[in-house]
Design a protein around this ligand. Structure first.
Ligand SMILES: Nc1ncnc2c1ncn2[C@@H]1O[C@H](COP(=O)(O)OP(=O)(O)OP(=O)(O)O)[C@@H](O)[C@H]1O
Length: 265
């Protein structure tokens, strides 16, 4: 099968469900005397890009950690793809973590591997671990990965080492990996913080497009409010552990945005 028909087939099978892919209900988390999250509730629907804003120390990283249960909540619930994260046993938690696509500020690619091999590592949840370790991927897996690289505009770089790519290109490989993983929820922790403005826009545009196309819900922490207003469907803003704004981007004024960062947190 060539790359394009496979890409269409992947689109067809990923019909968006209607229930939220992520829901936080009354999530509270304290570290000793510091209340990092104070009764935080919001949800993300399939196909929706939600920008998570807030000054340093507002609680953004803690939200990511509670979603992947790297931190246990003190109260409230986190529901990922319909499952209460807190109720999962170790095996179910491992499976759920594999279903969540992760995009980090520092790309987290394996530098000496090609763009294609890095993209193929997104098949980890779909094929046995030994196949991944020995890089024994089937032709179908390779086609899925090549289609994903094509989608992010990097098919011509498939056999180039990751460390020879620009930052923006590496981040697009990370998006291709998420596509190959066929995740329905993507957590992007400051994905464009280390990119120049043009590359940052390009990465967020691709992220927004694939969210729409595949019905993927994206939670993306950002420090650049202009990019959030341009590429996010909704903005969720935190301040001192409290959720202070949750609205569609088109309803949000410059004043509201400035208010998030107004005084030091
Ligand atoms: N492991 C920890 N131990 C103690 N305090 C913590 C821990 N993790 C976070 N905190 C505190 O919880 C609060 C929220 O921190 P968090 O890292 O979630 O903020 P943030 O919005 O991600 O900030 P930044 O934008 O700087 O990354 C801060 O006051 C922080 O000092």
């Amino acid at each position: 099968m060539t790359v394009m028909p496979l890409l269409k087939a992947m689109k067809a099978e990923s019909t968006p469900a209607t229930r939220p892919v992520l829901r936080l209900s009354g999530v509270t988390k304290a570290f000793n005397s510091v209340i990092a999250l104070d009764n935080v509730s919001f949800s993300i629907n399939p196909g929706e890009v939600v920008a998570l804003l807030g000054p340093s120390g507002a609680g953004k990283s803690t939200i990511f950690r509670c979603i992947s249960r790297l931190a246990e909540v003190d109260a409230g619930h986190v529901t990922v793809l319909g499952q209460d994260v807190g109720s999962l046993d170790r095996r179910a938690l491992r499976e759920q973590r594999r279903a969540i696509g992760l995009i980090f500020q520092q790309f987290n690619l394996i530098p000496r591997l090609t763009a294609l091999d890095n993209t193929l590592s997104g098949r980890l949840g779909h094929v046995s671990t030994w196949r991944v370790l020995l890089r024994q991927f089937s032709m179908a897996d390779r086609q899925i990965a090549l289609a994903a690289l094509d989608r992010v505009g990097l098919l011509d770089k498939a056999y180039q080492r990751a460390d020879s790519l620009s930052g923006g290109q590496q981040q697009r490989v990370a998006i291709a990996r998420v596509l190959t993983q066929q995740s329905r929820l993507v957590l992007a922790d400051e994905p464009v913080a280390s990119l120049d403005p043009a590359s940052a826009s390009n990465v967020l545009r691709v992220l927004h497009e694939i969210a729409r196309e595949r019905g993927i819900g994206v939670l993306c922490s950002l420090h650049q409010t202009d990019l959030a207003l341009h590429y996010a469907d909704r903005i969720v803003a935190m301040r001192k552990g409290k959720l202070v704004l949750d609205d569609r981007t088109e309803n949000i004024s410059a004043e509201q945005i400035n208010g998030i960062y107004g005084e030091p947190a």
